[in-house]
Design a protein around this ligand. Structure first.
Ligand code: ADP
Length: 193
């Protein structure tokens, strides 16, 4: 089974690329951001708690997101024969360790971590532009800055973790959607077949 992890700073385009990867490799997609926003939209007690973090640009606590993810993993694994792409998870070292353990226990180890790299200036530009149409409460300048800061301190360190596991690959996230997708498929293609 192909288990792809796609990572990168907010605005790097991982959601767009995930959709293309899903289509090409016929795998299941799970975006933790989408999952959390759905929970918020349902205005459950849990959703209200989650919203306090998202709207400030902070990460939802590890124990909470790990629990939510593990609840979805069995369904995800059992409804696919080809694989899964996780978009936005793991985002901290604790999440990475928990994920590796969960996937190993299910005999579906992670295959590759694709890190989509985009310069900070471009990220801010893209997110502000998205904010004009997305209606996302976290796409405003103040929250974007916080999300980038959180990305540098909490998420960036997981790249060395995946480098040590020899599963890490960095992809240039500048260019057209098609160009970036081609760079990604060059990394994934050798893993399928
Ligand atoms: P972006 O990559 O643009 O920040 P996402 O949709 O991936 O967008 O995430 C939006 C928000 O959802 C994050 O800022 C964070 O608050 C929350 N979130 C998503 N994934 C995780 C995760 N794995 N751990 C903790 N919080 C998360």
């Amino acid at each position: 089974m192909l288990i792809v992890l796609i990572s990168g700073a907010p605005g790097c385009g991982k959601g767009t690329q995930s959709n293309l990867i899903v289509e090409k490799y016929k795998i299941n997609h799970l975006s933790t951001g989408d999952l959390l926003r759905k929970e918020v939209a349902n205005t459950t007690e849990l959703g209200k708690e989650i919203d306090t973090y998202i709207s400030k640009g902070q990460l939802v606590p590890d124990d909470l997101i790990i629990k939510i993810l593990s609840n979805h993993l069995d369904t995800l694994c059992s409804s696919t024969t080809n694989g899964i792409i996780l978009d936005g998870f793991p985002r901290t070292l604790a999440q990475a360790e928990a994920l590796e353990k969960m996937m190993d226990e299910r005999n579906t180890p992670t295959s590759i971590m694709v890190d989509v790299s985009v310069p900070e200036e471009e990220l801010v530009k893209r997110l502000l532009k998205r904010g004009e149409i997305s209606g996302r409460t976290d796409d405003n300048l103040e929250t974007i800055k916080e999300r980038l800061e959180v990305y540098h301190t909490k998420t960036e360190p997981i790249s060395s973790y995946y480098k040590d596991l020899k599963k890490y690959t960095k992809v240039d996230g500048m260019g057209t959607v098609e160009e970036i997708f081609e760079r990604i498929t060059k990394e994934i293609d050798p893993l399928v077949g």
